[in-house]
Design a protein around this ligand. Structure first.
Ligand SMILES: [Fe+2]
Ligand SMILES: [Fe+2]
Length: 328
């Protein structure tokens, strides 16, 4: 059952409102603005009907407060014809769903409430569906990466570290938080193209021949093919295609140079190398972070974007890299 909060300083109006909504709803009535705010602070409500003209605290203030602490609750303002100015404030500041002029038609107000709550339910269902879908695609990315993991020497912890290093470096480079988080998730797919690389090459204990290297170098574009053409995986395709390009234009597959390499790919390139250096691999012991940073610095402008090298160094100094490494 939905909960309605009714706010008016006039006891008669409050009684009338309560009578008309008693059936079918749980009603809370607040005598004036202060009481309305006090209710909002402790009771979750689905809809608020609030009078505008009240002593001390007016309706627009109550509804603005509601917007802050219970943004999902629907806000309806009861107002006289003369209150145009406060009405404007209310529409702008409290984002009200509707205003109803006094005296109101009970049937119309009832219908307004029914419609508003229908839209509330619809929105909640939509939010739930979106959350489920979001979890599903995130899980799918991780599943795909884990499935590919067995093919390569990379471990899932490498992928999680790359994810979080990528996110942190993207934020440091001025990317908005949400975009950076998406970039992090997509970075896990950087080597997905190795699914198409023969095991004999991936797992060869000896040095690769020139021909084998040529096949190895196909993995960025193989990844792009695997990632299809859904716009959602655009960043993942950029990363897969560009994570072996060098800043000076000597990388592969397209020999892109500088800012022609997408930002996401430049980021993943540097954190992928950083992680490879600072962790144990079958052929090497982990390097201390300082040494890895120094090594990366010596390749600034050659392999890596120099601005990114600086930011990576800052993330080392402020402890972010150490925190991520110890978490995975
Ligand atoms: Fe790669
Ligand atoms: Fe990697």
């Amino acid at each position: 059952m939905h909960t309605l909060l009714l706010v008016d300083d006039d006891p008669d109006v409050l009684a009338t409102l309560t009578r008309s909504f008693r059936k079918g709803y749980k009603t809370l009535s607040a005598n004036g603005g202060e009481e309305g705010i006090a209710f909002l602070n402790v009771h979750p409500v689905d809809l608020i009907i609030c009078d505008q003209r009240m002593p001390n605290i007016s309706g627009d203030q109550v509804l603005s407060h509601a917007l802050q602490i219970q943004p999902h609750a629907i806000r309806i303002l009861l107002t006289g014809y003369a209150d145009v100015e406060s009405l404007l404030t209310c529409v702008n500041d409290a984002h009200i769903y509707k205003y109803v002029t006094k005296p109101w038609d009970p049937a119309e107000l009832n219908l307004t409430v029914v419609r508003a709550l229908e839209s509330l339910v619809l929105k909640r269902d939509l939010d739930t569906a979106r959350d489920q879908l979001e979890t599903a695609y995130k899980d799918a990315v991780v599943m795909l990466c884990l499935a590919a993991e067995g093919k390569d020497q990379d471990t899932s912890s490498h992928l999680y570290r790359v994810q979080h290093y990528t996110e942190a470096l993207a934020v440091a480079m001025g990317v908005a938080n949400e975009t950076a988080a998406h970039m992090g998730l997509m970075s896990m797919l950087h080597d997905i193209g190795k699914l198409a690389t023969p095991d004999a090459i991936l797992k060869k204990p000896d040095k690769l021949t020139e021909e084998e290297w040529d096949i190895m170098r196909e993995h960025p574009l193989a990844g792009v093919r695997i990632l299809g053409n859904n716009p959602f995986y655009e960043t993942a395709r950029e990363i897969s295609a560009g994570h072996h390009e060098n800043y000076d234009g000597t990388g592969y597959p397209h020999r892109l140079r500088g800012d022609n390499i997408p930002l996401s790919a430049r980021i993943v390139k540097i954190v992928d190398v950083f992680d490879a250096l600072t962790t144990k691999r079958p052929y090497k012991e982990p390097w201390p972070m300082e040494e890895a940073i120094t090594h990366i610095e010596s390749h600034a402008g050659i392999m890596f974007d120099p601005a990114m090298v600086e930011e990576l160094k800052n993330l080392f100094i402020d402890g972010t890299l150490t925190r991520i490494k110890s978490a995975f």
